[in-house]
Design a protein around this ligand. Structure first.
Ligand SMILES: C[S@@+](CC[C@H](N)C(=O)[O-])C[C@H]1O[C@@H](n2cnc3c(N)ncnc32)[C@H](O)[C@@H]1O
Length: 453
């Protein structure tokens, strides 16, 4: 089946009034879940060409050593980077098997520094273990993840879905490192990065440049230095390519150049076509700014989820909000002019109750059944994830909703195993295109989106 045929088989999300979202990590749902988790092969690409894995893609250059030329230099070129985002340069199976605790501990204690050709991942501080556990699920030794520091993990390769898109739950951002610079003085660091920057810009019309720091207690104080580096780099940016704001990448496309300040003296650079990036926010920190008097910070989580999903409820659509109190999610849905049935034994913010488009069902979500099918099912219940998934599965089996956005609380140590069980329950119930991410506004929780088949 060609990619075009696969595309035409994709089930569309809601159309009636469904609003497309501009900001954030917007990307339409693409039927990834069916391509993952061992049911079919998952693509994992390598920045370092392997004889036995390299499969030539239409329009993609074969590794130079396969053409009988000299071996590639250790530094990853832009061509390699493009290839790394093309499908099937290596197929590695996702394996739903128990976590190998010994291997995990070794990866967490690894002292191997970041190298050119590695993938660099950012995540919530403390989630390094979860990401490594996730990456270790791929065919043994395929990705070789290791902790670099708080909020930073490296791996030798990246997991991609069948559309050659990065497919990771616990990473906020990830890119292939093509250059590492080391210098004490900012001007020297910028000068060392400049040739790699120019290599990224060659042949490009537009680009965005992000200099960011790890989101950690040790990393965040480097933010002023990152700003200074960004300014120093401006002196080296002379090129025909136009630097555009991050948000414009979404509209016009272009290349996203990322520089992560790993420490006071070390910076790693990589560039990615914007439509292949995991996130278009610096380091994946998708800070949602909401205007208005919203009842809880949870509203930001839902705003980020819609931005990531690339769609959101529109005017007149009906939404059921399970675990709605005090009302942040319901508030956002009402702001979008949707009709809301909010289900929670707890009270909602009194101001919300005045809105005629809101109905509060003060009771347990486990006892609630809608009178008619609804457009969107939202769920932010503080309850055991498996029981919540089983209850949500009922909604899919009975076709009571078309779309699902759910936030699952994961206080347990083995989060990755739990995610696989959630995926299995939801998929068996009839949910498709299941995607899961620990978004920027998520804490010990993840956001899941899906639609009903
Ligand atoms: C994290 S809060 C939800 C915050 C909400 N989304 C917001 O935007 O304000 C979790 C909620 O789950 C609710 N909850 C727990 N068990 C529930 C159940 N069985 N049915 C419905 N709601 C439940 C709690 O009462 C609590 O209000």
């Amino acid at each position: 089946m060609t990619r075009r045929e696969r595309g035409s088989q994709r089930k569309p999300g809601p159309t009636r009034g469904a609003g497309r979202i501009q900001p954030g990590t917007a990307r339409p749902t693409r039927g990834r879940a069916e391509n993952r988790r061992g049911r079919v092969q998952t693509q994992v690409t390598s920045s370092r060409p392997h004889h036995d894995h390299a499969a030539t893609q239409p329009g993609a250059a074969r590794p130079s050593h396969a053409r009988g030329r000299a071996k590639p230099q250790p530094s990853a070129t832009r061509q390699e980077q493009r290839r790394s985002h093309s499908p099937a340069s290596a197929a590695v199976r996702f394996e739903a098997r128990p976590t190998d605790e010994r291997a995990l501990e070794q990866c967490l204690r690894s002292e191997q520094p970041l190298q050119v050709g590695d993938w660099l991942w950012t995540m919530r501080e403390g989630a390094e273990r979860d990401l490594i556990e996730e990456l270790l699920r791929y065919e043994k030794t395929a990705l070789q993840p290791r902790r670099l520091s708080a909020a930073l993990v490296a791996s030798s390769r990246a997991p991609l879905d069948a559309d050659a898109r990065l497919d990771v739950t616990f990473a906020r951002q990830g890119f292939l490192v093509t250059h590492i610079a080391r210098a004490e003085a900012i001007a020297e660091l910028a000068a060392s990065l400049a040739p790699a920057l120019h290599a990224c810009l060659r042949g490009e019309k537009r680009y965005a440049l992000q200099v960011f720091v790890p989101d950690s207690t040790a990393g965040n104080p480097l933010a002023t230095r990152a700003e200074a580096l960004d300014q120093a780099l401006a002196l080296h940016e002379a090129s025909d390519a136009e630097r555009i704001p991050d948000a414009d990448l979404r509209r016009h496309g272009g290349v996203l150049i990322q520089i992560c300040l790993l420490s006071h003296t070390t910076a790693a650079l990589g560039c990615t076509p914007s439509d292949r990036a995991l996130s278009l926010w610096p380091g994946g920190r998708a800070r949602m700014k909401l205007a208005g008097d919203f009842p809880s910070r949870a509203a930001r989580k839902l705003a980020e989820a819609f931005a990531w999903l690339g769609m959101a409820p529109g005017s007149g659509e009906t939404c059921v909000d399970l675990g709605a109190a005090p009302g942040g999610w319901s508030w956002l849905l009402l702001e979008r002019k949707a009709r809301v049935i909010a289900v929670d034994p707890a009270r909602l913010e009194p101001k919300l109750m005045q809105n005629s488009r809101l109905r509060h069902v003060q009771g347990s979500a486990f006892d609630f059944t809608p009178e008619q099918p609804v457009d969107w099912l939202l769920c932010d219940m503080a309850w055991r994830p498996l029981e919540v998934a089983q209850m949500l599965g009922r909604w899919a089996r009975q076709r009571h909703t078309r779309m699902l956005v759910a936030n699952f609380k994961l206080p347990m140590k083995r989060k990755v195993e739990m995610l696989e069980r959630l995926r299995a329950v939801l998929s068996a119930s009839g949910f498709a295109s299941i995607r899961m991410r620990q978004l920027y506004h998520d804490r010990e929780e993840i956001t899941l989106t899906a639609h009903v088949r």
